[in-house]
Design a protein. Sequence first.
Length: 393
Amino acid sequence: MRPTAIALPIGSVILVASLIVTARYGPGGGDETLAPSPTTVENPAGVRVDTASPAATPDRAYDPALRALPGRVYDPVWAGEQIPEGFRHALPRDEILPIYDPVFLPAEEVSWSDDMLVIGLEIDGDARAYPVIFLDIREMVIDRVAGIPVVVTWCPLCGTAMVHRRELDGQEILFGIQGALYRNAMTWWDHDTGSVWSQPLGEAILGPRTGATVERLASELTTWGAWREAYPDTWALETPEWVLETPGPYARIGLDDIVVVVEFAGEAVTFAIEDLREVGVANEVVAGTPIAVVSDPRDERRWSVLLRTLDDQTVTLAVVGDSLIDLETASVWDPARGIALKGALRGSILHRLPGFTAFAKDVPRFWPNARVWEPVPVPPNPDWDRGLVPVQV
């Protein structure tokens, strides 16, 4: 039976389209909620695209020549490529519009609540905060931080807050939102080959780049108050007032609703935030790499993943009072930056490693053999009395 065609007056069609755009992007619609003074440029392929004037940050988020309209780029789904199991197409490309031209404000110029969740990213002193309340409806930010091209993404369905480097073999890549789900998580498309990528895997699953991966970067899902306290000079992604006033359902989640995931070489371990707060530190080995997932003793809203090796030495970390120490030398460490502040290892650095968040139920969709970390309290040292740590200053 053929569907019945319904004729609508042209005015009604325009009204319905206007309501859809307003519901998704706000009263301004599209990129007008993001940055002022849009301009039109020509890229090498001859596709006209709208770009915004440069953001109020040191670097332009991306090279405008990389951007193409979705309909002008190869789409492996519509080309008939073999679709992997668990792949479901829902919306056209960029129907959920990424933030291609982010505008940032100094921290003191935004009036966000301290308990609002943000994705925090810091590279070489350049700190940025991306509010989940905005990414709940836009899902992707194309940015350049400390000169490094990055893509910041949030999948509301599975709670994955991630940052990846937008480079492959030295070539900058521009991503968009594919509009499909793969194993219940968001997917991307790249503007030059049209390949489709899985966000949690950071891997192309369809198209010319199938099998290619982009680097996952260290980031943090935390609260605005905790991030601003740690990085007072942070930039804050400009967010329309209407978004702040009408948060989406997933923007209301808290840190206790998610787990931290550390994954290397296909081996994944999950750490419940509540369990981390209970013992302070999880000393683990993932794919042969000694790591520590740390709940900041100074602010339980913050967590970090640190490499536990220093040259040929591996340390075991513990929280004593308000201090993060290692059991081998009792040196005191900065739990966020991994720098030894006092003791025999003063000045040494435990490098930050990429971890990300997810809803616990969604982790097995990508890593069916993921381990669940069980809290193991570090045995107390009789020399530590009520949180006093014996260190050399």
